[in-house]
Ligand binder design. Sequence first.
Ligand SMILES: NC(=O)C1=CN([C@@H]2O[C@H](COP(=O)(O)OP(=O)(O)OC[C@H]3O[C@@H](n4cnc5c(N)ncnc54)[C@H](O)[C@@H]3O)[C@@H](O)[C@H]2O)[C@@H](O)CC1
Ligand SMILES: [K+]
Length: 529
Amino acid sequence: MTPQQNRQHQIHQVIVTSAQMSAIEGRLFAAGMPVAALMEKVAQAVFQRVVALYPRPRVRRVGVLVGPGHNGGDALVVARELHFAGYEVRIYRPLAKSKELTGQHGEYVASLGVEFFDQIEPLLDCDLIVDGLFGFGLERSISGELAQGIDRLNEQSQPVISIDLPSGLHTDTGAVLGTAIQANHTFCLGLWKLGLFHDQALAYVGKAELIDFDIPVKDIQVVLGDRNPIHRITSAVALAHLPLPRPQLTHKYKEGHLLAICGSQRYMGAALLCGLGAKASGVGMLTIAVPKSLKPYMSQQLADALIVGCPETASGAIADLPDSIDLSSFDAIACGCGLTLDGMEVVQAVLDSDRPLILDADGLNALAQLGTIPTLSQRAAFTLLTPHPGEFKRLFPNAQDEAEDLVRALRRASEQSGAVVMLKQARTAIGYPDGSVWINPESTPALARGGSGDVLTGLSSGLMAQAIARKLPVEPLVQTAVWWHAQAAISAAGVRTELGVDAVMLSEYLLRVLPEFVRSGNDLERRSE
Ligand SMILES: NC(=O)C1=CN([C@@H]2O[C@H](COP(=O)(O)OP(=O)(O)OC[C@H]3O[C@@H](n4cnc5c(N)ncnc54)[C@H](O)[C@@H]3O)[C@@H](O)[C@H]2O)[C@@H](O)CC1
Ligand SMILES: [K+]
């Protein structure tokens, strides 16, 4: 990998808060970078992307929204360049006051004959809108005429490009402060801002891309340090931790032995889907414990797994594990998919074991009933919890007040429980007990479908069993699983639409999508040798 590629990999993993971005920016200025020069550099890069995406003559008239701060300054430089490139530019500047540099750019742009308006109406028939009202300096709710102007614009259909982040979103939480611009593209400047990865921001962000402006990596490192970092899960990160290549000299038990405890007469499919996810992970040995009446069905569907039939309750749930199962002989245990609460005893048994454990679905409901923190604090081994937001609230009721602030809620949950917590939502995020948080930036609503979570549990636990057997670090495999699962769904939805990705199909795409990524990753390494 070239130093340039290496830098790209690094900056694409970093997510910053508004305070961190200001501090990094402050270091560049203190080192001698003139503020105006940086604005010019950044805005030129934005201008290039605007023209590439919306060339003339397809787009003729561009409306530029200009706020009082440096986000508005960026927008004015873009406006100036668009004017020189032959676009017809109109500017909406609703607030009279502005920062000095922004004011200077405004004067010059006006001197070129570009028209300025303090009402939104003259911009409504523009072919394209560039939004530079507010960036990471937004500090209070947008209200009054300005809010009405934004709402009016949101009713229109022309494409909108937001500079840095859609104006109106809180930089750190993605919460809408009063109202916010609904963008089609967000050109995030320099480093990824945390707010863009919150579910509540998704409807506003559109397609997000990073505009790199060569922030030195050392300045990022000095400001962020090692404490509580927030990362984006990139393909480079996810691929780096795959248990590939396998050693030449190996055998099935050296590639991980997973026990999945799942299913009930009521939820037979959940057991199968968990099994399919685990199978796709490549785990060396897969044992699946189900209620004994499910054994024929599971054996038929999963010829390569060892299916163990368990004593069963009157309701068709697992009553107990048979004596033939020795929990200590497995590298990892997954428990919970389709179990029903009648299978609670078995959850207690796996919690008591010293094996790395992945709890999902009814496993989590059982844990909430047992008392999350007191139960987990007795575990010595690695525990991964994979709740969706409803389960998360049941497990960690005190994190509920902070539901808007994803990172705080996850950190609190993970630090208190000592478990790794994977919060499954539109943008799934993982909290680790050391305070670090990883967010998956790319996914698809195709995954909003029964059974996708069971596949993910199988995949995560299969990968973890392999890491444990191979004595590789297990924590990063949680990121790999989340990324792989989402990429499979994106790929499947690309072929079959968002309606066509049922959970069985998803498990097939897990296998289809990986070779291409692995090949392109290898190619990248070869090219730079
Ligand atoms: N981080 C960097 O290194 C760079 C940042 N740049 C730009 O600078 C931006 C940040 O600039 P600023 O710190 O000036 O902040 P903004 O441009 O986001 O706006 C802050 C201004 O808006 C006012 N304001 C805040 N909330 C308001 C509200 N609800 N109603 C009315 N006025 C409100 C504030 O008083 C302040 O004057 C970034 O988002 C980016 O676009 C680039 O120019 C250059 C590089
Ligand atoms: K903006």
